[in-house]
Design a protein around this ligand. Structure first.
Ligand SMILES: *[C@@H]1O[C@H](CO)[C@@H](O)[C@H](O)[C@H]1NC(C)=O
Ligand SMILES: *[C@@H]1O[C@H](CO)[C@@H](O)[C@H](O)[C@H]1NC(C)=O
Ligand SMILES: *[C@@H]1O[C@H](CO)[C@@H](O)[C@H](O)[C@H]1NC(C)=O
Ligand SMILES: *[C@@H]1O[C@H](CO)[C@@H](O)[C@H](O)[C@H]1NC(C)=O
Ligand SMILES: *[C@@H]1O[C@H](CO)[C@@H](O)[C@H](O)[C@H]1NC(C)=O
Length: 620
């Protein structure tokens, strides 16, 4: 049906040719046919369910699509650009494709692209050989290491785009002609053509390098739908049978488990604390709902110690007298239990002094309370960093304690990102998620759990809840999630810790609240890093050390992804005498015009570096 309509549009558009541009070139030569193959792009669009060439920003999309086609051309011909005298016919070919999806959209006129721009590019580089001689081999090797893999997931994609922008920023900084395939785009076009073995038309490569999402969301195919429904029905039936079976076994096992659990607690205290961490995950206890109810006095109000996006947190006492924190998730259904259990096992296998240890969990369905998911963690005696900085606790934290908190938190996060068997992105680092034990050793809480909040609500609720100040701009706007969004949030927490100011500094009425990250950068830029630090902090350390912490915090909370260090680097910078890299100028304020952010983000994820076309709006 669609195809028929497209066919009509297609037909109409060739019978009434695109206006104006099909003329002779200025010097009288006849345009030659376009060597670019736009069918590659057309096939991708048709193969995906989303025919949304016209979503957010049509011109961006059109330009990214062109870069993909150029990447394909480069792969075939070793040339970045079609010959200049084919520029006209190339635009015409592209126009035909665009007509199928966006009626009455004259690409060149609407997007401000001049005709020759499709055939001109960056620093007179046209061929593969010219490109490769313009950049050092070592950086190209880095790019190959980072980008020659499936890029569909965020984390490999982030590594790859970082490597590409490291290549672009210093070596392809000359002048570009036009903004169609300028210097910021060249590394991406090159990587799609020669580095990634899947080629530019692979879904993951297109998504990562060209910001074009052709991944199927699986809604269109009716056959698929039926298969899915059948599978789901079968699964549900099997699940019910299994649950019934389980119920019988559990009845008998419950008592046995209680015994076993008591024994394991005994064992644990017998074994020395140096026990290797591999067996740690096997110590994860599966509690019954009755045990949980007992320990929290049936979730009594007085036991409630916190409320979060996921649900409530209760204090509980286990039969052996140890105090624990229990997090009870809201609105669960039995359907996701398998993945929940798996995830909890993964989380439990991650052990580090600066991460809150998971003790056990409970999933159960009761007639009265519905489906329940609860996790049980160690209880932290000293509350959270938020309590100490902004809460009821009056005593100001001393500098050595703040230093310990900063370093410990950085270590915990570095471990999550780099040392765990599978990298875990926290997604919700904030002062209230950093807990303190009786020695003020910080423990990062709630890692790995964000994926259990109802999808899509996370951004909304964090913003509504007023914690927007912690969320990295690219994540808040597009959900582009990498380890570096955690680095951003860490930077904000570090600034709070140093300045005693909240992530979002409240303003006098009428004015927009400002971000602590912007405020601190304003001071650092004027060379007044020490002005960021809270007045009268007890036992303040030497100026050079304190200043280093401020600079690291500002670097981490940089709005551009690539400017931020990794958590490993942060630990080194805080802990050792590693020099702090100079902080790149911030192109835009986070609270600036949303369009500017959009451009900067999409160009930093799609084409690496803020293009000059995005317009530098200096922070003031
Ligand atoms: C005409 O101009 C195009 C570029 O504008 C150039 O490539 C071509 O060689 C020129 N032809 C003649 C005959 O001057
Ligand atoms: C799939 O994508 C289409 C087009 O964007 C959208 O209308 C549809 O709701 C999506 N379906 C699902 C199941 O996400
Ligand atoms: C490209 O540059 C032109 C003119 O310089 C401008 O009008 C247009 O918006 C730019 N396009 C994009 C996608 O940045
Ligand atoms: C590109 O080449 C033209 C002539 O071939 C030359 O005038 C111009 O300076 C070159 N530009 C760069 C950035 O090398
Ligand atoms: C990329 O990896 C594939 C195999 O995974 C290999 O065949 C190819 O040579 C690699 N490409 C580069 C440029 O190293």
């Amino acid at each position: 049906m669609y195809h028929f309509i497209y066919f009509l549009i297609f037909f109409a558009s060739i019978s009434s040719p695109v206006p104006a541009h099909r003329t002779l070139l200025q010097n009288g030569t006849v345009p030659t046919p376009c060597p670019l193959n736009f069918d590659t792009l057309r096939r991708l669009i048709q193969g995906s369910d989303r025919r949304d060439l016209d979503t957010r920003s049509q011109c961006q999309y059109i330009r990214q699509g062109l870069r993909l086609v150029q990447s394909d051309y480069l792969r075939r011909t070793n040339s970045f650009l079609p010959p200049l005298n084919s520029a006209d016919s190339c635009w015409d070919s592209y126009q035909l494709l665009v007509n199928d999806y966006i009626p009455n959209f004259d690409v060149r006129r609407r997007c401000g692209f001049q005709t020759p721009w499709i055939a001109t590019g960056c620093m007179n580089i046209t061929t593969r050989a010219e490109f490769e001689s313009a950049v050092p081999q070592s950086l190209l090797d880095d790019v190959v290491a980072a980008c020659n893999q499936t890029l569909i997931n965020n984390s490999p994609c982030a590594t790859c785009t970082t490597a590409l922008s490291n290549l672009q920023a210093p070596y392809l900084s000359g002048s570009s002609i036009g903004n169609v395939s300028d210097c910021t785009a060249y590394p991406f076009i090159y990587a799609g053509a020669f580095v990634n073995h899947l080629g530019p038309t692979d879904e993951g490569t297109a998504k990562c390098l060209f910001n074009l999402d052709f991944t199927s969301n699986g809604s269109s195919d009716r056959g698929k739908k039926i298969v899915i429904i059948v599978v789901v029905v079968v699964c549900v039936v099997v699940l019910i049978l299994v649950l019934i079976g389980f119920w019988f076994i559990r009845q008998r096992k419950a008592r046995f488990l209680k015994e076993k659990w008591k024994n394991s607690m005994k064992n644990e205290s017998n074994v020395s604390s140096g026990l290797d961490s591999i067996s740690a995950s096997t110590r994860l206890i599966r509690f019954t709902f009755d045990e949980i109810k007992l320990s929290t006095k049936n979730f009594s109000r007085e036991n409630m110690i916190g409320k979060g996006g996921y649900g409530n947190v209760y204090k509980g006492v286990l039969p052996d007298g140890s105090e624990v924190a229990l997090k009870r998730f809201k609105n669960c259904s039995a359907a996701g239990d398998a993945s929940f259990t798996h995830e909890v096992e993964v989380i439990a296998s991650v052990r580090h002094v600066n991460l809150v240890a998971l003790r056990g969990y409970c999933t159960a369905t009761t007639p009265r309370e519905g489906h329940q998911r609860i996790i049980v963690c160690d209880l932290m005696k000293n509350g959270s960093v938020h309590d100490h900085l902004f809460g009821l606790i009056d005593k100001k934290l001393s500098w050595p304690i703040r230093q310990k908190i900063a370093l410990g938190t950085a270590r915990g996060l570095a471990y999550l990102h780099h040392s765990a068997q599978q990298a875990i992105i926290h997604r919700d680092i904030k002062a209230s998620n950093i807990l303190l034990d009786e020695n003020f050793e910080p423990k990062v809480a709630d890692f790995g759990l964000a994926k259990f909040t109802p999808e899509g609500k996370t951004h909304l609720s964090t913003r509504v809840a007023g914690t927007m100040g912690y969320v990295a701009p690219e994540y808040a706007l597009y959900g582009q999630l990498t380890e570096r969004s955690d680095v951003y949030s860490f930077g904000v927490v570090l600034l709070e810790l140093l300045s005693g100011k909240k992530a979002l500094i409240a303003a006098n009425d009428g004015e927009q609240p400002s971000l602590v990250a912007d405020w601190a950068w304003g001071l650092v830029r004027k060379g007044k890093a020490m002005a960021v630090v809270e007045k009268n902090m007890p036992d303040l350390g030497p100026v050079d050390v304190v200043e280093k912490y401020v600079l690291v915090a500002v670097l981490c909370s940089h709005p551009q992804l690539y400017a931020r260090p990794t958590m490993d680097q942060v630990v080194k910078m805080l802990d050792m005498d590693v020099p702090i890299p100079s902080i790149p100028e911030r192109p835009i304020s986070i609270l600036a015009n949303i369009d500017d952010i959009e451009r900067s983000v999409s160009s930093s994820s799609g084409s690496g570096h803020l293009s000059t076309a995005a317009g530098y709006q200096h922070y003031t």
